[in-house]
Design a protein around this ligand. Sequence first.
Ligand code: SF4
Length: 711
Amino acid sequence: MNGLRESKATCCYCGVGCGVIVETDGQRVTGVRGDPDHPANFGRLCTKGSTLHLSADPLLQQQARALHPEMRLHRGEPRGRASWEETSGHLAARITDTVRRHGPDSIGFYISGQLLTEDYYVFNKLAKGLLGTNNIDTNSRLCMSSAVAGYKQTLGADAPPACYEDIDHASLIFIAGSNTAYAHPILYRRIEAARKRNPALKMIVADPRRTDTARDADLHLAILPGTDVALFNGMLHLCLWEDLIDQAYIDAHTEGFADLKRTVRDYTPKFVADTCGISEDDLVKAARWFGEAPAALSLYCQGLNQSSSGTAKNAALINLHLATGQIGKPGAGPFSLTGQPNAMGGREVGGLANLLSGHRDMANPGHRAEVAKLWGVDDVPATPGKTAVEMFEAVRKGEIKILWIACTNPAQSLPDQKLVQEALQKAELVILQEAYRTTATAQFADVLLPATTWAEKEGTVTNSERRITRFKPVLPRPGETRHDWEIAVDVARRIEALLGRTGTLFPYADVEQIWNEHRESTRGRDLDITGLSYRILEEQGPQQWPFPEGATAGRARLYEDGVFPTASGRAKFVNTVYQPVAEPADARYPFRLTTGRLRDQWHGMSRTGTVAQLFSHAAEPAVVMARLDMDRRLIRDGDLVHVTSRRGSQILPAIAGDDMRAGQAFVAMHWGEEYVSGRGGHGVNALTTSAFCPSSKQPELKHAAVKILKA
Ligand code: SF4
């Protein structure tokens, strides 16, 4: 081995959660390969995962990593190098003073689905337990909160009922609002393999664009953006009409169907076809395939979630599964795919402004009392905190005075960047805890706290199928970096001292103690993991929850007994009604802009942007348009165009794509200010709207009305 060592980790890029074998020489990662024993990927890696060692290369990252704390006392000054003692002491004093003068809700935490579960747990306890504010939200709000709300409203708990193995048992795979081939590539390889083994396995894709996933489908429903609820209600209408519903399942295991039945009566094939912009024949075909399938599995992602009616879209699809009995059996179920590597772990610890630990409800006094008892505090606040967009609005208004951002880049990733930039300028103190000092948010930070990152950290993550993987660090911490949980604990203990508390709520000497406290907090809950010690995760490998004390294995599939975690034990139909997008195209802004991922890039490119070969698929940002629209405007491939919404503008090269319908446009989400500032703008989120779903508060990143004019 020439002094090289191998250790197991997971890929840090997406919710598939692939296992990785990391080869190191003790100082740097020298290579990666897929872990053949990991049940998420069985040894496979996609282009992003297989270049993890390049993105972690110390030479490539030399300019990008934050390696020591930095601080400034006055806006307008550059940050200077500081010690941990200085920065932690300063933050504890400022936070304590601000809480005393303005109350706990004057502090906001904006954290990340890329934190490990243990990091998340400590931040959540710091905000809700110690400070007494629910103002803690994460970039998972941009990614998963509609799925959370959809599951809770229908099935009673935020728990994806299916698993990856269901792909091998399905007779129909219905992909809605997901370019799985790009966003979850290794899962897509599994779909390809299943279709190869079983040519009878059908695939329907509902997506406004003819993506690579849609091209492979047996039926592509190129619906107009935002019309998913009409589509799902229309499919249910047809299933009712053609007697394809499972009345016995509805009678035995659900409630509320009568109201929904009355609503979907109006979703006639003609109305739905006109609303969605598809043919009646295709609609009928989709409904029949779904209703007649022995096992229908739906896979869905941001096309459903990032919407001003995101919760209704999720619920309408789950309605379809409940009405046809397509749940709780092999190969069937509504399966929400997570975008980030640990969005699930964050949900498990209650790391959102409206959640509590262990899938408890903030509105439930009994649940709040349980959490307060577990944490050893008098109470936890009852009022939901500010969610992502609301939090930045509150900062701009001066209601939130200190904003602590960890492991995320809101100055690129949040919608309506004008709002975000104004908020970050208005805040009295911006704390940024980050591995990278080059993100767009870093320029706004008054205090920069350098954090460890992939391959340097220890802890757990949960992937889309509820599978928890534990990993250990394989590299030493660079510079003066600290682990995310350690940074939060240091400041928390100092705040406790300033508040005159005796003892500490944060007694952790290592990350395992945090894990043990977290798993105890799940005892008796739907996600009970009291049986999942670090030792078991190490000896038996990644496990799915629930895994209560005494269990020998996790549960692959939920609700097989038809009992749901609701008060009645029955799943609930939600009476879903179609609502158009928040900002319809009109004469002034005639294009429907959608956003999304490319195959080889990740989020704001802080990691993938350092790997040259990941640019071979797409070298620079562009707006993709239908050829017809370009010809009408005398725009040729590569011409620069102004793309303008009501909030901002950017200049991009236009390229024709045969995946676009006339009147639509697409811009990838990855490029930010540093790539496009020469042409004006802050990336695509200069254009997007902060309108959000009233239930999930997830913003409509998938649709904005824009105009496109030759530059
Ligand atoms: Fe990483 Fe996702 Fe690719 Fe797997 S599919 S290697 S988790 S980016």
